[in-house]
Design a protein around this ligand. Structure first.
Ligand code: TXA
Ligand code: MG
Length: 371
């Protein structure tokens, strides 16, 4: 039995966390829940253990990991340094939570963890199981999202099992997945660089903490975000992760954007799109439950019965939509659909991070259709 060596540790008992922590200290990789997405954790200061994370995911080794701490005491113990005022405020407001800050990498942190950069991304997660695991291990945990490289991130223990543990390389280095239920936020942390420009914070990856929220804390003019950094061909990546294929399920993702006329009947244009994908093709539809695109698709499906709907939430609640995006991609992939039509959202609040992930899942401009 190929799953023999894996254990799901379901109850969040001290005993289970302790066993997982012992596994971490033995140099293994542990799947664990955070409030953003699940992570694949190992001792950030153990070079060999960190190499195992890259193996388990099939991740290119020039893409650095985020290091997780359970307290400011741990931050000071392992990453002691003077922080800019912007970080002081952000930490006070958003930690524990979905915010990663780039700080100077200490000399004893292995180059494997940082991909040999002189900075390291650090965050303090709020999920109680994540905090307990780090605390019990007594060391900061390097952890990327728990998905095989290029695939959508995972927001449940079962998805970690299905997506990562099926890899031989993962089975060699992992004995435990801690199950802490579904991730509340459902999208990764916001990554910010507050070191490069004095008094400013640059958003390298939009995520769980919105730009609006960052601005409230450090001032409107002090938050920089260059949306084009994630698009175009010859941009210089500021975050190494940006240059790789990302968030792609097995099915081909087609992002559909409503070109205004919110009340308009879009059935005909949708019908045309679906015909172009094939009349016998099984198609997953990840849409807002209250949109005219949903209405159109349901109408079409009464006739063709080729669509599998998955509702991500109402347009008025972007945080709910955010929490269902990765779960939806995994669920529809499991239905073995050939395409996944995904409805785009407004780029306000969590919408910005949602669209960042969806555009990448659709291969940027390649598969975006205006309806
Ligand atoms: O919410 C999250 O951040 C999750 C959970 C598990 O904490 N983790 C996560 O890790 O999303 P990962 O490895 O999938 O994404 C980390 C991102 C990558 O895009 C990486 O390039 C960027 O952070 N990053 C890490 N260290 C960096 C650094 N020193 N400079 C620039 N970008 C960095
Ligand atoms: Mg990731």
């Amino acid at each position: 039995n190929k799953n023999q060596s894996l254990q799901f540790l379901c109850q969040q008992t001290h005993d289970n966390v302790k066993r997982a922590a012992e596994s971490i200290l033995a140099g293994k990789v542990v799947g664990f829940p955070t409030e953003t997405v699940y992570g694949l954790g190992a001792n950030a200061f153990n070079e060999e253990a960190v190499r195992s994370i890259f193996k388990a995911k099939g991740r290119p080794n020039d893409n650095p990991l985020i290091v997780h701490v359970s307290s400011t005491h741990m931050l000071n113990k392992y990453f002691s340094q003077q922080l800019p005022w912007t970080y002081e405020r952000l930490i006070k407001e958003f930690w524990p939570g979905p915010l990663t800050i780039l700080i100077k990498s200490p000399t004893d942190l292995p180059g494997e963890t940082t991909a040999h950069l002189d900075t390291v991304g650090v965050r303090m997660p709020s999920h109680p199981v994540a905090r307990a695991l780090i605390e019990c291990s007594g060391v900061p945990l390097a952890a990327p999202s728990a998905n095989s490289s290029g695939r959508p991130s995972t927001t449940s223990a079962v998805h970690v099992f299905e997506d990562v543990y099926q890899r031989t390389e993962a089975r060699e280095v992992m004995n435990y997945i801690l199950d802490g239920g579904r991730s509340d936020i459902g999208l990764e942390s916001t990554v910010v660089d507050g070191l490069s420009d004095v008094g400013k914070v640059r958003v390298l990856r939009p995520g769980g903490v919105t730009i609006e929220a960052l601005k409230k804390v450090v001032g409107d003019d002090n938050v920089l975000y260059d949306k084009t950094q994630t698009k175009g061909e010859d941009f210089k990546p500021t975050t190494p992760g940006m240059k790789y294929k990302h968030y792609s399920p097995t099915a081909k993702v087609v992002l559909i954007m409503s070109r205004g006329g919110d009340k308009e009947d879009k059935t005909e244009r949708l019908q045309e799109l679906i015909r172009s994908l094939g009349t016998d093709t099984k198609i997953g539809c990840m849409t807002l439950q209250d949109s005219c695109i949903t209405k159109g698709l349901l109408k079409i499906n009464e006739r063709t019965d080729q669509l599998i709907p998955y509702f991500v939430g109402p347009s008025s609640q972007p945080s709910v939509v955010a929490s269902n995006i990765f779960a939806g991609l995994h669920a529809l992939d499991k239905e073995a659909v050939e395409y996944i039509l995904v409805e785009g959202v407004d780029e306000a609040e969590e919408g910005l991070a949602i669209m960042n992930r969806l555009c990448k899942a659709a291969g940027n401009a390649e598969s975006i259709v205006m309806i």
